[in-house]
Design a protein around this ligand. Structure first.
Ligand code: FMN
Length: 170
């Protein structure tokens, strides 16, 4: 989607490199497919949007294969990964999308019925409120329906293409 105000800045490699210096948390957005299968996608752009009303959201690439399947159920859960869960950060970003991303994982269910990965730091349940196309991504806005902290362990931080943790003390 183009807009008259869009810039002509074109160095995609430099764009990616510089944004790689902005640390993010990592969540796996989970949901359930039409046949009841668990679905999940690794997302770094998840954020709180509004407290009143409670809204949270993320940006999803328009080529995503899994998001339309989750969106059809009109609800999702953001699973906040622990720093020790690097394998799942990559697994939910790369591997097959037909449910095999959950192979070997016994997922619980959140309040809205979405999969909860064992050992995650927190979960945020949302009902799908709206989506808005912005360039090659869609902004997904969820109405927050349930929030839980499940562990006091260190959350994952993603920085310069690698997983780690925040090393924040005090
Ligand atoms: C740390 C990390 C953060 C990511 N953040 C996002 C994001 O915010 N939005 C997005 O669309 N893809 C993001 N991705 C890429 C998706 O996980 C990847 O494109 C995935 O293959 C999408 O799966 P799907 O095609 O099954 O939907 C991220 C990947 C990683 C490893």
């Amino acid at each position: 989607m183009t807009n008259a105000a869009d810039s002509q800045f074109a160095d995609k490699a430099e764009y990616r490199r510089v944004f790689g210096h902005l640390p993010t948390g990592v969540v796996v957005i989970t949901g359930v497919g039409a046949a009841g299968e668990p679905l999940g996608i690794t997302i770094g752009s998840f954020s709180s949007i509004s407290l009143d009303p409670p809204l949270a959201g993320f940006f999803i690439g328009r080529q995503s294969r899994t998001w339309p399947l989750i969106a059809a159920g009109a609800k999702f859960c953001a699973n906040v990964l622990a720093s020790s869960q690097a394998e799942w950060c990559w697994r939910f970003a790369k591997d097959s999308v037909d449910g095999a991303r959950f192979d070997g994982i016994t997922a619980a269910r959140s309040a809205n019925g979405s999969p909860v990965l064992p050992g995650v730091v927190a979960t945020i349940d949302c009902s799908l409120r709206e989506t808005r196309t912005l360039g090659d991504h869609d902004l997904v806005v969820g109405a927050v329906t349930d929030v839980r902290v499940l562990s006091d362990g260190a959350a994952m931080v993603f920085f310069k293409g690698k997983t780690g943790d925040a090393h924040i003390t005090g």
